[in-house]
Write a protein that binds this ligand. Structure first.
Ligand code: DON
Length: 565
């Protein structure tokens, strides 16, 4: 009898795995002629494409894809988080949309400090106090209102509602993470039955009736259904119960903001990216401007000279980030100065080709990196009229603060950790900050998210972005160089090995096989410290060349998927 039972269980397991690999057949590389979506999940990418086939434009597709990710990619897709997007219309108008979370009204500079003035570990990362006021629903609605083509908002939520109601088979990667964080889920949400079970297997169905209910409310009432009424009250109740300070007014007052994007020329291209409160556009712009003065193409991909220059530029740019960058509505970020040629010349004045400048000589300090694994997610879309949108959104860590609004089925972010809790004390990405990124009521925490669009001769050339915390900026930087300077196609550029330096800690993080043994030896001889890491970034990108769209998902992320037609 027992044997028979085991055989049945094994057969069920095999079936569920086969079923899963069938469903999770992903495309990491695709060429198409008309329109394309690259996202972190095949269900979501397909929904985006479907919306465009029904006559929707890139923004309609983005909204539908994002709501779908909130269902099928709960570790990062979200209703309870925030993000940024860069939009470029067919006429060439470029806009940045900021739907970053804000600090609650009762937040203050010393929110995470004890009576001795020391940072209390974990307080900005887990539980209610880690939660910023979510921006996603307001942001998606604002984008659709200004740029969407489909008339009915509810049509954009319908596919996500179906997925939440009927359920879908979780991928191997999602099952793994749901199991990994079970203890944290239990801590903050002891009675939750939707996300907590004995053991998740790939192919198990995740059915989310509570989330379906919330999506239906948003479908009929728009953002008011989220920021006011029963859902808002449930958010406040859960945050309060979990030790937080968010109030109903915080939600009611939340506003997404359209901003002027950062636009930086690089060779024959214009790079359009995110202004503060993200550091992405400024840092990427500084890096591109610095390296444009050197013959990278001649030096070659990942040679000593190229790597050394990029690393030395990165150290200085991340030191600037720590000191000068924050929410520009609260702090006078010197955007023009940071991007001026004269400043960058001065900044690189002590650069030497044969020797690493220790970070201590640029700015003092040292610390250890936090071990939590991170998640964020990016969507790149081009529609039939060549309208393009690049959008990165996040809960910050995997499943954010791990706090679930149980009755409405979604996780809340832990974005408050992106503020500088105390000058010089690192956050979970090892990033430090100061006054510019200090906590203040209603302020937005500094981000590294770098959704970007590159144009050439006034036409969209590349749409790209990635998760990866502090490594987002350098992953986008390298992907652009790979295409522009090292003649890679989109797929090669995305899969190419990556490295990263963020000024502190003072070492080059690099992926296995990123460098030849000879280059590693040369880098060490010049005084660089190196640390091999498992992987850096999950870039999702689209290249427009010779009249075709070439989409690339990152093979580093099992579920990344390109769909197009
Ligand atoms: O806004 C930021 O920079 C971070 N909260 C992003 C987090 C992230 O990318 C985690 N993922 N891999």
């Amino acid at each position: 009898m027992q044997k028979l039972f085991l055989i049945i269980i094994s057969l069920m397991l095999v079936w569920s795995c086969q079923n899963n690999s069938e469903v999770y057949k992903t495309h990491k590389h695709l060429i198409a002629d008309t329109a394309m979506v690259v996202s972190a999940n095949p269900f979501a990418s397909k929904i985006g494409v479907q919306i465009m086939k029904q006559g929707g434009n890139a923004i309609d597709a983005l909204v539908a894809t994002n709501f779908a990710l909130a269902v099928v990619y709960p570790r990062a897709g979200n209703l309870g988080g925030g993000g940024f997007m860069i939009i470029r219309t067919p006429k060439g108008e470029a806009t940045a949309l900021d739907f970053r979370e804000t600090a609650p009204a009762q937040a203050h500079k010393n929110l995470y400090l004890d009576s001795q003035g020391n940072v209390i570990p974990g307080l900005s990362r887990n539980g209610g106090l880690a939660v910023g006021v979510p921006g996603t629903v307001a942001g998606l609605y604002a984008a659709w209102q200004k740029y969407g083509r489909l008339k009915k908002w509810s049509d954009l939520l319908a596919p996500a509602i179906r997925l939440a109601e009927e359920g879908f088979p979780v991928s191997e990667a999602e099952a793994h993470r749901l199991n990994k964080y079970k203890k944290d889920f239990l801590k903050w949400n002891p009675t939750n039955k939707t996300f907590i079970k004995d053991h998740w297997l790939a192919g198990d169905y995740l059915v989310q009736p509570e989330l379906a209910k919330t999506l239906k409310i948003i479908a009929t009432k728009g953002p008011k259904g989220f920021y006011e009424g029963a859902v808002a009250q449930a958010i406040v109740d859960k945050v309060t119960k979990s030790g937080g300070i968010m109030k109903i007014e915080d939600l009611k007052n939340y506003c997404a903001k359209f901003r002027e994007p950062i636009v930086v020329p690089y060779k024959d291209y214009q790079v359009i990216s995110m202004p503060p409160p993200s550091s992405g556009g400024i840092a990427l712009g500084q890096l591109l401007k610095i390296v444009s003065r050197y013959p990278l193409k001649k030096w070659g991909f990942h040679t000593y000279k190229t790597t050394h220059l990029m690393v030395e530029a990165e150290k200085r740019v991340y030191a600037d980030r720590a000191k000068y960058l924050g929410d520009s509505d609260f702090y006078p970020v010197p955007i023009d100065s940071l991007l001026s040629e004269a400043y960058l010349t001065r900044r690189m004045a002590d650069f030497r080709m044969d020797k690493a400048t220790p970070s201590k000589a640029i700015f003092p300090g040292d610390f250890k990196l936090h071990k939590e694994s991170f998640e964020t997610t990016h969507i790149s879309i081009v529609d039939p009229d060549k309208m393009a949108v690049s959008c990165t959104t996040t809960l910050n860590s995997n499943y954010g603060s791990k706090v679930i609004v149980d009755d409405y089925g979604f996780f809340l972010n832990n974005e408050m950790d992106d503020f500088s809790a105390k000058p010089g004390v690192p956050n979970q990405f090892g990033l430090i900050g100061a006054e510019a990124n200090a906590i203040a009521p209603h302020k937005r925490m500094l981000s590294s998210m770098t959704p970007s669009i590159v144009t050439k001769n006034d036409h969209v050339f590349m749409v790209l972005g990635t998760p990866g915390g502090s490594t987002i900026i350098t992953s986008v930087f390298q992907t652009i160089l790979n295409v522009v300077d090292f003649d890679m196609n989109m797929y090669e550029a995305v899969q190419a090995k990556r490295f990263h330096h963020q000024f502190l800690p003072d070492y080059i993080m690099y992926e296995k096989k990123a460098f030849t043994p000879e280059v590693i030896k040369q880098l060490k001889q010049a005084g660089h410290h190196l640390k091999q890491v498992k992987s850096i970034g999950y870039v999702k990108a689209i290249l427009l060349s010779n009249g075709h769209l070439e989409g690339a998902g990152d093979t580093r992320n099992q579920d990344d998927d390109v769909e197009g037609y």
